[in-house]
Structure formats: structure tokens, C-alpha cells
Design a binder for this molecule. Sequence first.
Ligand code: PEP
Ligand code: MG
Length: 587
Amino acid sequence: MRVSFQVFGIAVSQGVAIGRAVLVGAGRVDVAHYFVEPSQVPSEVGRCQAACARVADELVTLRDELPLDAPPELAALLDVHLMLVHDEAFVGAATQWIQDRRYNAEWALAAQMEALGRQFDDMEDEYLRERKSDLEQVVERILTALAREAQGGDGGLPSIVPRDFAGDDPLLLVAADIAPADLIGFRQGVFKGFITDVGGRTSHTAIVARSMNIPAVVGSREGSRLIRQDDWVIIDGDAGVAIVDPSPIVLAEYRFRQRQAELERERLSLWRHRPAVTLDGQAVEMLANIELPSDADAAMAGGAEGVGLFRTEFLFMNRGGNLPSEEEQYRAYRDALTKLQGRPLTIRTVDIGADKPLERGGDARHDHILNPALGLRAIRWSLSEPLMLRQQLRAIHRAAVHGPVKLLIPMVAHAAELTAVRAAIEGIRAQWSVAQDGPWPKVDLGIMVEIPAAALVLDRMLPFVDFVSIGTNDLIQYTLAIDRADESVAHLYDPWHPAVLQLIAQVIGQAQAAGKSVCVCGEMAGDLAFTDLLLGLGLRCFSMNPPQITLVKQRILRADAAKLAVAARDVLAHPSPQERARELRLH
Ligand code: PEP
Ligand code: MG
């Protein structure tokens, strides 16, 4: 047995998760991960073996049909691949994952590839080390064979079975990197926590983890190399550390903490439906951030009064270039509105780009871009695709018959961008058919203030908007020139920086003076360290991941907004706002 060791990273999603490591290779996060029913195990083993046999046949045919003048290395290579596809250490072990763990065939193959890949990495002999790529190619072939079989008119993939953990070990995902869209694919509850090598506190993968309420550590740099398949791991999402092969004493301590957290969650749920009103009678609107229409259920369960941010880009990602049609989007927005039962839904137009590429691993248009966060992202991308923008705007307006809808534009820097969106809306209105589409709906228009330029010229844009939403995640990134997803500069990503706080204070003040509502929908809104300060700055609308709502509400219920206003002025005027806030016990 190995000696216990720790892997340090950035704490991004709180709580404790204990389970066995499932290593997912960088290129294989997209493989379907689900559990088969015990009764399906023999047929799943059959699927796996049949796919291996088909690939073996393909390889034999390829080798036999090699032209006479083909280089001899090619035949040798095919022989190596054939050997692998028959190798018990590979096929037998993959079968074992299905039998012991009830993994689906694709997952079992990817898991075994990962385990063997590590053995190849550790080999002294360079020739043998390089055989890892052969293994990857063979697995790719088998996965393709499985995908072909699944599409082959036999009813498609088996349905995903949520795991019953009784008697089974919980699983933790360990990967070099996970794209936010892939993490969403794991929402079935298979993984109880995750660790990645890259990422920062407000990278979108971290945000999705918080919205799923699963403990996570990102930016661990070496985590996926040091942790092995099947290791027992504790993820301490508060401290940002993973403890590998923990001793029984450490394990017992963390199990105790897990139970405490569970009790605390139950206690907090009592606040769920209580309005958030400060001690001096200031009502605060508590909204939720969501990524998919189905998240509206979690928003309601968390006690949200509506949705302050629907990140619609998740409807657009990883679809092989097939963007959702107007009809598909309309249905998604309608579904979210139905779940919200009359509560408002703020739909943000797509924010594709930076750490949310359209396609897994980047897409052709963005591949050569050096600084994607400064590139064709969000509204810039939408305005460069007028047809796509038009479809989204029409879908949003059509959905508005099902409940109160607000339209939010991300990453506005120029007043001209707002003008262009307004013109697009007018164009849609001009062609709106009352007979077909119903009466033209009232949809409030708002902008995200997340680029310092927008904060600085807000007074010029306010007359043309109904509301403003402050995206602190990007506002910090762009004010401080710190990539929010880059762990190497994560220590410089400072929400307490006086420049950031001044911009936030200024935006809240200006919007309110103009009689426009203002909300914060960045991660600061759900961070207890900032609740008092934001209240003191006059903020009365917070939008956050659903699991954070009751926690923040508890803080608001104990706050005196008038006193906090005085304290906030003091904090802002101080050379070290964080220090002053601590002295004044604001966090
Ligand atoms: C933000 O930037 O604060 C925000 C809410 O938008 P996103 O995190 O999706 O960039
Ligand atoms: Mg943003």
C-alpha cells in the first residue's frame, strides 16, 4: 500500500467527498459514463467483446489487403494493434471493470486505457513507452465500433441508470481538465466530487461544480498524474486539497465533517422559503444562476425568487456545429419558464468563447486565437452571426408568453453593440406576426457590466436599458488582466482589489440613480465574504448558484443595511479594503 499523500489545488466548491478515483484521460472525457443494471452486465460484457472482435476482424482484413509495396512497418504496426485487441491485460481487465463496477463498455475501455497508459508512461524503454499511442488508437477504434453499433438501429444506447450507492464505493473524477459542457454531462450524479490539474476559482468548470453542489479542487497541476485509478481519495473542497490513500483516523475525521455538513444543509433548508429581508427592513431579491432548463428545478428547490442568469451557451456547446434551432431554443426557454411557475427568467444571449468553446477542444474559428478571452466572445460572436442572433432573439420573445422574461446581453463594451442588438430586436418586431406568434411581448432588456469600459460609460447606455447585471467574474478578469481560468495567476485574481470594488460601487450607484434595477450575478454574489459589503453598497438583488442561496440569505437576515452602508464607505476608502472589512467584521 502507498503512503498517504496530499495534492494541493484551489478550493472551488465546498464540502467533503470521499471515494475512489476514476481517471479520465484528456481526450476521453466525452466517453459516456453510466452504470448498467446488474442484469445487463452479461450483455454489456458481450457488447465490449463483440466490438473488440469486430475491430480484430477489421485489422486482419487491413493487414491482409495491404498492397505489396506498403512499407513493412505498417504490417508490423497492425500486428501490434491486433496483439493489443486480443491482450487479456486489456480486454480481460476492461471486462472486469464492467463486472465489478457495472461500468458501461465505453467507460470500462477508457478506464483500462488510462490504467495501462500509465504503465507505458513509466517504462524505461522508449520504444515500449511509445506503444501508448498504439493503445490509444486501438481504443479509439473499439469506441468507434461501439458507437456504430449503438447507432445501428437497435434502439440506441441503453438508458443511463443512476447508481444506487448502497454497498458500492462512491466515485470521484480526476482529470487533467474538464470542459464545463462535459461536466454538465456528469449531472446524473455518478461522481461525488472532482479534481483537475488546471482551472481557477471562477473558471466555468468550477462554477458548474458549485451549481451541482459537488466538492471540487481545481488547478492541482499534477493531480491527474499522481493519483491512480481506483485510489481512495478525500476531496476537501474547503481547503482545496485532495488526500490520497488516507489513514483510518483521517478518514474518520472527514466522515464526521461530512455528516456535520449534511446536518447544516438540513438546518439551512428551513430558510428556503423565507423572504430575504435585512434587520432594518430592506428586501433583497434572491435569484438563481442556471445552465440548463432542468436546473430551474434546483433553483425552485433552493428558494430562488426567479432566475437572474440563464447561461444559454450550454445549449449550444458540443453539438458538432449543429446549433440549436429557434424551435429547440424556444422549447428550452419555455420549459424553464414552466418550472419557474410565474417567476422571472433572465435569459442571457450566448456567451461562447474563452473557456466555453463551441466544440470540445476548441473549434476551427478559435484555434489560432492567442487570447480567446479577448477575442470573438459573447455578444461579439452573436453580432458576427446575425442569423444565429436573430433565431435566439425570436425564440426568447416567443417564449415570453409563458412567463416573465428578461433579455440580457453579455460582454458589452461599446454602446454600438447595444444599439445593434436593439436594432435586431426592432427587425424581429417588424416581421412579427400577431396571428402566428401572438401579441408582441414585453421583454425587459439589460446588459452585463463585466468589462471595465462598460462600467466607465454606463451613463451613456443606461437610458437604453431596463436593468443592469454585474458580472464580477469577468469584471475582475478584465480589470486586473488576470485570466480567470489560469491557475498560474490565480493568486492575483483579487475580488478585493480597490479598482474592482470601485467599479462595482459606481455601477450600483449609477444604475439606482437612473431608476434602473441592478443585480450581481458573478460568483461574488454567492460568496459570504462579500454579502455585507454588497448590501452596504446598496445592492438589493443577488443571483447565484442555487445551493448558495440559503447560506447568503441567512447572512442577509442578520444584516443591518443602514449600518453596512457606513461601513462600506469606510472599506472603499481604505488602501487595503480586505483588511478594513476584516477589522469591521464584514466577513
Ligand atoms: C460573470 O462574468 O461574472 C458572469 C456571471 O458571467 P460568466 O461567469 O458566465 O462569464
Ligand atoms: Mg461573464
